[in-house]
Each structure stands twice: as structure tokens, then as C-alpha cells.
Design a protein around this ligand. Structure first.
Ligand SMILES: Cc1cc2nc3c(=O)[nH]c(=O)nc-3n(C[C@H](O)[C@H](O)[C@H](O)COP(=O)(O)OP(=O)(O)OC[C@H]3O[C@@H](n4cnc5c(N)ncnc54)[C@H](O)[C@@H]3O)c2cc1C
Length: 474
């Protein structure tokens, strides 16, 4: 470990064991570790100095924003430094004509929109955690949200990042840089390629018109059919979200969202854009949703917020109906939704574990909430089995083990189910190019790090691409 006096010289640190426990997990509390030491960073220069010390002493470091991650990405190392950015909360520049804002990494997602809303702008990616999650965390996870179906994920809204590299240099990555898209590689790299200390985000114009509709169906198959028809009709809504009966029950218990009684599924569809286009699409939508037993249209912003309240609170709400739960984040092709949902139901019944389904229906991103009682012997293990079986289903149907929450520590073991050894080794080459000593968030994303001097695994030899002279390992 780094001598604490040396760390204190460059930044504020926490060493008190009780205070350190605040940082022992992210939103996935299943994985916990007390950090060796916490640094409360206030500038890029401080972070760079800490990272350089980590290099001198060979100590791993982990970045942390607000700690809302759901894959254990910010899980600290007991032998390492946790670098927390939550004090770096300044909005440094707002350039409305250029539609850009420059912010520090600890700024919350929603704070950006709040800073420009009155001028008719907003920051489009909207994770449900947007009131608290940091933009640095969003960049690391390539976070999404309900409105990413139409507007794209974080990667589509980041123009540039200042980075502290894993060896302690401060560099700039810009979308306009010629050559390889290193900014694209950095976004979504889950803290394994360095720490971002300044982010330039794109601002979008608030749409002229918005219509929010809630359609209630007897069952989830009917709702799923409507989703296919909406997309098939060429409509690209700003959002299409679906919740099943159990998720509705939880939301009702938590925030009294007053969704239609006895609904087997609700679909929330939001249309936005120029008024005429939205009105035309709304007519089409009403026709497509004719099978719904109730169709509610928000008359104003308050009613819109009421419709969204149930959906946005769904994860936390599940705590009202179950002592413990696992949030999954698999993706399937939209067309496979009906089969996959039916299979999830079967798996749930086989294991006696309830599963509530909340999902970004438009892009096939499922968020099954696997409910269990952690006081019941064996229930946690059964929930883990169900959770893993759901990811297997996603892979079998040509989907992915993560849509927006990242791989982190939690899903690294599923990576070999999606990728061959060669694929994983090739990804490691990218990582090694940024982080040759494997100090930046080690143990995340990859199941068995096998290159650039990390923990030895199966392959100890030279990567085939390096051997063939097609790639260089630093
Ligand atoms: C109730 C709830 C709802 C959620 N809804 C959504 C949703 O709709 N969509 C979605 O995508 N996610 C959602 N999430 C997950 C989570 O909020 C996002 O992943 C978010 O981006 C994490 O941000 P954070 O600041 O909390 O990051 P943290 O949890 O602190 O860290 C996440 C990862 O980012 C890395 N990191 C943090 N800061 C930096 C930095 N400056 N530079 C480099 N790496 C860094 C960490 O090392 C870690 O790997 C939800 C979470 C909760 C609890």
C-alpha cells in the first residue's frame, strides 16, 4: 500500500474503518469489500498524482462516482485505492449555440438538464437513477435509459473526455480526433482504461411536442404484440417501456402510481418531435393499441410525471414486495421477447422464485427482478440460479448479458459464454494498450485476465495476434 502520508500530501483521504464501510459496495450490495483507502478527489491533477503513486507502489485503484452501479463495477479493492469523484461537481461551461456542456465527472446526470432546461435544452440519456448517478459513471457504463431507443446511449452524447490514464498522464480524447475512435473505446470501459475527469456532453433541443400514453393489457403477450406492431409501422417512439403484473404491484405499493387495476401488463409509449409528426403518429398508435382495455393519455406535464413515476421507481419499489432481489440486465432481439418472457415464467415456476419484469421493450433490454427472501436458507442460491438461467436464455436467443448496467464483477463469469477465448484475449490487448500494469479497476469485466502481467490464467503464452505480428503488446 502507498504510505498514507504521501497520499495525504496530494488529496483528502479517508482511513477511518467506519467511514470506509460507506464505500464497500455499489448498488449491487451482494458484492462487498472494504477499500484500503478512499481518496476524495477534487481535481484531475490530484487524481493523476494519486494514480502515479499507485504506479510507484504497484497498488490497484478503482474509480467511483455515485456508487449506483448495478454490476459491482465500483467494488473496491481491500488492497487498493478507491478514487471518489463526488466532490467534482462543477458545470464548467455551457455553450448553447454549440449545443455542448463541459462538466466534471461527479456532476449528476439530471443536473445537466436542470442547468439548461429553461433555455429549451436537455441532456438526452436518462437512466432511472438520473437524480443521483454521476456523468463519469454514465460514461464508464455507457448508460442508457427509457429515451435511449430514439436518442441513443451515452456514447452518442459524449463529444470529448479528459482522461487520467492508468499511468497518471492527463490526456484528451475527442470525437473529432482523426484515427482510431479512442473515445468510443473509452466510453463503456467500466473504469478499466483510466478515469475521466472532464466530459463534454452534447445538449439536445427540448422537443416541440410530447405525447405520453399508458396502455393497459390483460397479459404481457398482448403488450409485446403491440410493441412489435408499433416498431413495424415505422414509428420510433422516444420510449416504449413495459411492466408486468408483479412489477405493477410493487410500484403501486411504493408510489401509488394508480395504474389500471388488474392490468397484466402496462405499456408506456412516449412520442416526441415536431407537433404535426407527433399527432400523426399518435393516430397510428391509437389504432395499434386498440387491444388495450384502457388507454390513458397524459393531459399535461403533471400527468406525464404520474405515468412515469411507477416505471422510474420500479427497481426500488420491488423492495416493498420482497426482502431481497437481483436486478438482471439482459438483452434479446425484440422479436424474441414473447418466447423469452414465457421461458422466464417457466424458470421462475420451476425454482419457486418470483420474477417481476420491467423492460425497455423497444430495444429488447429486459430487467427481470428476481425476488427472494434472504432469510430463507437456499433462496439466495436459487435466485442466483434463476438469474443465471435468464442470461443463458438471452445468449441462446442471440442477445447479450448486459444492455446498460455493464459487466462489472458480477457478470464477468458469463463473458466466456458470449465470447471465445480469442475474442477475450483480443479485448485484453486493448486494455493492455491503456493499462499495461493492470492497475485500473482490475478484476472487472474479464473472467480470467491473462495478459499484461495480470493474474495468470489459462493462457500464459503470447497472444496469437502478437505472435503473427499483427498486434503489439506493450
Ligand atoms: C434505482 C436504479 C436505477 C437505475 N437505472 C438505470 C438505467 O435506467 N439505465 C442505466 O444505464 N443504468 C441504470 N442504473 C445503474 C447506474 O445508475 C448506472 O450504471 C450509472 O451510470 C452509474 O453511475 P455512478 O456514478 O453511480 O457510477 P458508480 O457506480 O460509482 O461506478 C460505475 C462504474 O463506473 C466507473 N467509474 C465511475 N466514475 C468514473 C470515472 N470518472 N472515470 C472512469 N470510470 C468511472 C466505476 O469504476 C464503475 O466501474 C440504475 C441504478 C439504480 C440504483
Amino acid at each position: 500500500m502507498i504510505p498514507l502520508d504521501e497520499l495525504r500530501e496530494v488529496a483528502e483521504i479517508i482511513t477511518d474503518p467506519v467511514r470506509l464501510r460507506t464505500y464497500e459496495s455499489d448498488g449491487l450490495t451482494y458484492h462487498r469489500a472494504t477499500p484500503g483507502v478512499v481518496v476524495l478527489a477534487e481535481s484531475a491533477e490530484q487524481i493523476a498524482a494519486v494514480v502515479r503513486l499507485c504506479n510507484v507502489y504497484g497498488v490497484p485503484f478503482v474509480a467511483r462516482g455515485s456508487g449506483t452501479g448495478l454490476s459491482g463495477g465500483a467494488l473496491p479493492r481491500t488492497d487498493g485505492v478507491l478514487i471518489v469523484t463526488s466532490k467534482m461537481r462543477r458545470i464548467l461551461e455551457i455553450d448553447l449555440p454549440g449545443r455542448r456542456a463541459v462538466v466534471e465527472p461527479g456532476v449528476t446526470n439530471l443536473a445537466i438538464t436542470e442547468a439548461v432546461r429553461e433555455q429549451g435544452y436537455y441532456y438526452a440519456p436518462d437512466p432511472s437513477s438520473q437524480q443521483i448517478c454521476s456523468i463519469g459513471g454514465n460514461v464508464a457504463e455507457n448508460s442508457g435509459g427509457a429515451h435511449c431507443l430514439k436518442y441513443g446511449f451515452t456514447v452518442n452524447h459524449v463529444e470529448a473526455c479528459e482522461i487520467v490514464t492508468p499511468d497518471g498522464d492527463i490526456i484528451q480524447l475527442d470525437r473529432m480526433d482523426p484515427g482510431y475512435d479512442l473515445l468510443g473505446a473509452f466510453v463503456g470501459s467500466e473504469g478499466t482504461l483510466g478515469i475521466t475527469t472532464k466530459i463534454t456532453v452534447r445538449l439536445s433541443r427540448t422537443p416541440e411536442s410530447v405525447i405520453t400514453v399508458l396502455a393497459a393489457y390483460d397479459d404481457i403477450e398482448q403488450g409485446g404484440q403491440a410493441v412489435s406492431e408499433i416498431i413495424g409501422a415505422g414509428i420510433v417512439p422516444a420510449a416504449i417501456e413495459m411492466m408486468d403484473a408483479l412489477a405493477i404491484e410493487a410500484a403501486e405499493a411504493a408510489v401509488a402510481c394508480r395504474y389500471p387495476e388488474k392490468a397484466g401488463a402496462v405499456l408506456i409509449v412516449e412520442l416526441d418531435g415536431p407537433q404535426q409528426e407527433v399527432e400523426r403518429q399518435f393516430e397510428q398508435l391509437k389504432e395499434i393499441c386498440r387491444g388495450a382495455f384502457e388507454l390513458r393519455v397524459a393531459a399535461d406535464a403533471a400527468e406525464r410525471a404520474a405515468i412515469w413515476r411507477g416505471r422510474k421507481s420500479a427497481f426500488a419499489a420491488v423492495g416493498r414486495i420482497s426482502p431481497a432481489y437481483i436486478v438482471q440486465d439482459g438483452v434479446v432481439p425484440r422479436t424474441a421477447l414473447p418466447q423469452v418472457l414465457a421461458a422466464i415464467d417457466r424458470i421462475s415456476q420451476e425454482h419457486g422464485i418470483r420474477v417481476a419484469n420491467v423492460f425497455h421493450a423497444g430495444d429488447g433490454n429486459l430487467h427481470p427482478l428476481v425476488l427472494f427472501d434472504d432469510a430463507e436458507p437456499g433462496a439466495g442460491e436459487r435466485a442466483e440460479t434463476v438469474s443465471g438461467a435468464i442470461l443463458d436464455l438471452c445468449i441462446e436467443h442471440g442477445g447479450s448479458i448486459t444492455g446498460e448496467h455493464g459487466v462489472g464483477v458480477d457478470k464477468s463469469r458469463y463473458m466466456p459464454k458470449m465470447f471465445t477465448d480469442e475474442d477475450l484475449d483480443t479485448m485484453q490487448l486493448v486494455r493492455c494498450a491503456f493499462d499495461p500494469h493492470g492497475l485500473s479497476n482490475p478484476g472487472k469485466v474479464f473472467p480470467t485476465p491473462r495478459l499484461c502481467g495480470e493474474v495468470p490464467g489459462v493462457r500464459k503464452g503470447v497472444h496469437p495476434l502478437v505472435e503473427a505480428g499483427k498486434a503489439e503488446q506493450f
